[in-house]
Design a protein around this ligand. Structure first.
Ligand SMILES: [Zn+2]
Length: 201
């Protein structure tokens, strides 16, 4: 059975949405894990249009519960390395060596999992193990992440202004003015907070 969680995909890029699946990452009261199971990871990949629902069903059928647990752990490892690297980039610090090593390994694994295919007209990268290898969702995300971090678009990455949230997104607004992951979630709450502060003084 596919998990029914609907992910809030506001980042404008799957690699950033992935980092956001550890919700309230900077909240002193505790983080919230949204990527709870392998089925959840498959649902996330489908909602990001990295896999079709049919491909996800095939993968689910080909993945034992143990293999699913391992694949989920590897995906969280990718996520935390990405988080370390991207928040460091935003704060103009050097990412941890361990994070760089993890990204290098998974970016390379994603590249190695692809084959160059000639379809009679042109070349394509294809994923021969798309419906069989449990770690495919992680490799698709690693591939998307490497494209983002090694492109000019990496300079458009911003974090939500709510210090307990700091969800990542690509600021593609014309005057680079986007401040919130989601006005409904953080934009409003900050307004409410300011309103309260105003009345306390
Ligand atoms: Zn936010």
């Amino acid at each position: 059975m596919m998990e029914e969680r609907i992910f809030e995909l506001v980042a404008g890029h799957p690699a950033l949405d992935l980092v956001n699946t550890l919700d309230w990452r900077f909240r002193p009261g505790g983080q919230e894990e949204l990527l709870e199971s392998y089925a959840g990871l498959l649902a996330f990949a489908v909602q990001e249009h990295l896999l079709t629902p049919k491909q996800a069903r095939e993968l689910s059928g080909n993945t034992s519960s143990r293999a699913g647990e391992l694949a989920l752990a590897e995906c969280r490892e990718l996520r935390e390395a990405l988080a370390d690297a991207i928040y460091a980039q935003l704060e103009e610090r050097r990412p941890a060596v361990a994070a760089i090593k993890t990204l290098e390994r998974l970016f390379r694994a994603a590249s190695d999992a692809q084959r160059l295919l000639w379809d009679g007209h042109r070349f394509h990268w294809e994923w021969p193990e798309l419906e069989t290898a449990p770690r495919i969702p992680t490799l698709l995300l690693a591939n998307a992440a490497s494209e983002l971090l090694l492109s000019e678009s990496t300079l458009q990455i911003r974090a939500c202004n709510n210090p307990e949230c700091r969800w990542l997104f690509l600021d593609t607004s014309k005057n680079h003015s986007r401040r919130w992951c989601d006005m409904k979630v953080c934009g409003n709450r900050m307004k409410a907070r300011r309103f309260k502060a105003l009345h306390r003084t």
